[in-house]
Design a protein around this ligand. Structure first.
Ligand SMILES: [Zn+2]
Length: 294
């Protein structure tokens, strides 16, 4: 029987089964709120016999000294039985049972201080990489495009289209209003991405002997590409900032999912058959910030 509900169910299944190529393979996306270790719990803290007065409710900002670091954190009280720690782009969040005292929470923080210091360093390095690689969108700024470094040239005078002239990326005033340089250039970058994908997908599809049912550009913040169970591929337009071999690896990776919708040994053998130097490309992508900004 096939009805709308069944089709919806199938769609949900497809979405659940779609495989993503995360931007930061070793780590979940920033903002996802969970570190590789996830929430690191302490042993359960049972409420004391006879009950103890709740020590706090809701949320509060607090500070603790761990080694040489003053660490800010958000303390959330909850009905859980353990003290949990999460570090993400917003910093450290501690979730604790309502009956646990601040002294007990600080003791748990000291016990986890090594992990906290390591995660804080990772996030700081991530923010620095992101800052270093973000495009400035000023006149004269470098804009990496498929292996070339173009120089942004912001023009005065009559309105016109964004266009490339050798290694210069010319940005005349817009036809109306005053959208930012970024908003003027992004459609041009997306067009370059689309053209490149359109040229390269058939090359790898021919090598593989399979063609995606469709492919589209994505603007995802946390993944370079996805492939769904029904063979639809999405590729992040921000790949346009990378050298062609890296973009090709992502294309080969997603196409290989048409045969193997998993990341098992047969999948990687398939990727290598399409793109032999995939290890180098994976290393390269790992060094890249996972949330390339505009
Ligand atoms: Zn994958």
């Amino acid at each position: 029987m096939t009805g709308p509900l069944n089709r919806l169910g199938q769609r949900a299944l497809d979405i659940a089964r779609q495989l993503t190529l995360p931007l930061f393979p070793a780590e979940p996306a920033p903002g996802a709120g969970v570190t590789p270790e996830g929430i690191t719990p302490t042993p359960a803290v049972p409420p004391p016999p006879g009950g103890r007065t709740p020590r706090g409710t809701g949320r509060a900002r607090r500070q603790v000294r761990l080694g040489n670091d003053e660490v800010d954190y958000e303390l959330r009280r909850s009905a859980r039985r353990t003290i949990g720690f999460v570090i993400d782009d917003r910093g450290l969040t501690v979730t604790a049972p309502r009956w646990v005292t601040l002294a007990e929470i600080e003791l748990a923080l000291h016990e986890k201080s090594g992990w906290i210091a390591r995660k804080r360093t990772e996030w700081r390095e991530h923010a620095e990489r992101r800052e270093r690689l973000a495009i400035r969108w000023d006149d004269g700024a470098p804009v990496p495009v498929l292996g070339d470094t173009l120089t942004l040239v912001i023009l005065d005078g009559s309105p016109g289209r964004v266009r490339r002239d050798g290694t210069r990326l010319l940005v005349p005033p817009g036809p109306r209003g005053d959208p930012s340089t970024r908003d003027r250039v992004q459609p041009w970058l997306k067009e370059q991405a689309r053209n490149y994908f359109a040229a390269r997908i058939p090359v790898y599809a021919a090598r593989l002997g399979r063609t995606p049912s469709s492919w589209t550009l994505s603007s995802a913040r946390t993944r370079w590409g996805t492939c769904t169970a029904d063979g639809a591929i999405r590729l992040n337009w921000r790949l346009v900032h990378f050298p062609p071999p890296i973009v090709d690896y992502v294309i080969a990776h997603e196409l290989a999912h048409l045969c193997e919708l998993n990341h098992g040994p047969r999948f990687w053998a398939q990727v290598r058959s399409l793109y032999p130097d995939c290890e180098a490309a994976r290393q390269w992508l790992r060094a890249y910030p996972d949330d390339l900004t505009d």
